[in-house]
Design a protein around this ligand. Structure first.
Ligand code: FAD
Length: 421
């Protein structure tokens, strides 16, 4: 078989949220050269957040998940290469080796390789019935086993685990979440919000087993190659018909690492999305970058708004208008009829103000550091979330008592703060 060599002025590796966004924005910014978008999945860039929510619940189709239609990439003259895996970057020759054996030459390269679920390597981890969740194919496989009455054990009480728990209990499954920490969402939020969600899940019928480590998986008595129970560190055996493991993400950095790029908790980039190679940029979940609102502290985020902001920064740089990353991280999660919106990072706060939300079934927590709001969690509280966004952005001193007082009109408070600032 003869090898072929293709070429594009800009090549994006990874047709996920960040990859699709950077390719589209480069074109929108006026770039006139050729753009190629290479992705190992067979789908155009799609929204992953609904995977553990509406898509798992069967309320959304694959077409509805797509971020842009095929036609809009064609119109923008972005050449999409589906089901195509890049195996190696040859920085010196400015070319990529594909799994097919073909080559792809680039002028500039954008890495948008995302991440993959952290897999367990415990005894029994290879049994059938164990699932992970990152892409459409994972949800398709899980949904086949979503049968009312089946016992689903979810390993990991983070956002994905809890979102799946809410869909599964509504679908009539028997659901138990096993979490190693002493509370759910421990990595991402404070104890107050964790307690709120624990109460909500228990009320819906989800069992929670906290401070419990999973030791392995036992085969089913009926089918020896299928999971039948989850074995816990304390000796407990939890009967299971299927298991979802949702214990975090490993960033896909291997390509970059093998090419000699700097790696920390992701591919290291600066505030413009540049790696140490002047012709290679990186965006999205695979990157570690300096966050301006944290005084340049370097971290890696797994969030759509952040991926979009990084894509914007790289696209503007490629179009000759450097404009660094400038976003206060925010995130959302949908569980039951509860929409959580979080702004800022829960790091280093010294005070928490819980405020009665406008809607009874909601929850609002402001996190303050030295009298300034640095983060907030708002459940079914859009007004409070909008105010929190401004308070965090303005970084202005605020009296916690005024914030907590249900008599305080938050809208007025925010505009006052804005004027004073
Ligand atoms: P990805 O979307 O993972 O895209 C990377 C792509 O690169 C993949 O398609 C991968 O196949 C491809 N790729 C990797 N290596 C190669 C290679 N060598 N060759 C070719 N292609 C390659 N975020 C939120 O903000 N809110 C939410 O509510 C939320 N919910 C989520 C729920 C679930 C179930 C999941 C999985 C994620 C959720 N996220 C949420 C996170 C969000 O989806 C990610 O932050 C976002 O998708 C990151 O985009 P990305 O392009 O960096 O990575």
């Amino acid at each position: 078989m003869t090898e072929t060599t293709s070429r594009a002025d800009i090549v994006v590796i990874g047709a996920g949220h960040a990859g699709g966004e950077v390719a589209s924005r480069i074109r929108q910014g006026g770039f006139a050269g050729s753009i190629a978008l290479i992705g190992e999945e067979p789908y155009l860039p799609y929204h992953r957040p609904p995977l553990s929510k509406a898509f798992l619940a069967g309320q959304t189709s694959v077409e509805q998940l797509l971020i842009r239609s095929k036609g809009s990439y064609e119109k923008a003259k972005i050449d999409w290469y589906p089901s195509t895996v890049v195996e190696r970057i040859d920085r010196e020759a400015h070319r990529l080796r594909l799994a097919s054996g073909d080559w792809f030459e680039y002028g500039k390269l954008v890495l948008a390789t995302g991440g993959r679920p952290r897999r367990l390597t415990l005894p029994g981890s290879d049994l059938k019935g164990l699932h992970y969740m990152r892409g459409i194919a994972d949800v398709d496989a899980l949904r086949l086993e979503f049968v009312p009455g089946k016992r689903l054990i979810i390993v990991g009480g983070g956002y994905i685990g809890l979102e799946v728990a809410s869909v599964a209990i509504n679908a009539g499954l028997d659901v138990e979440v096993v979490e190693v920490a002493s509370r759910v969402l421990a990595r991402v939020t404070g104890p107050e919000l964790s307690a709120f969600y624990e109460t909500t899940h228990k009320a819906a019928g989800v069992k929670l087993r906290l401070s419990t480590v999973v030791d392995g998986f036992e085969p089913s008595a009926m089918q020896s190659d299928r999971v039948g129970a989850v074995r816990c560190g304390d000796g407990a055996m939890i009967p299971a018909d299927l298991v979802l493991v949702a214990v975090g993400l490993i960033p896909n950095v291997e390509l970059a690492q093998a090419a000699g790029l700097a790696i920390g908790n992701g591919i290291k980039v600066d505030e413009l999305g540049r790696t140490l190679d002047p012709d290679i940029y990186a965006v999205g979940d695979c990157t570690e970058f300096p966050l301006p609102c944290m005084d340049g502290e370097r971290l890696r985020l797994e969030s759509v708004p952040s991926a979009i902001e990084q894509a914007r920064a790289v696209a503007s740089l490629i179009n000759g208008v450097p404009n660094p990353y400038d976003l206060i991280p925010w995130f959302w999660s949908d569980q039951y009829n509860l929409k959580l919106q979080s702004i800022g990072l829960h790091r280093g706060h010294d005070q928490v103000v819980i405020r009665q939300p406008t809607r009874a079934e909601g929850f609002v927590a402001f996190y303050l550091k030295e009298g300034r709001v640095i983060a907030a969690d708002c459940v079914n509280a859009i007004l409070e979330f909008n105010v929190a966004k401004r308070l965090v952005a303005e970084n202005i001193h605020i009296d916690a008592n005024i914030l907590a007082n249900p008599e305080t009109n938050l809208k007025t408070l925010a505009s006052q703060v804005h004027q004073d600032g």
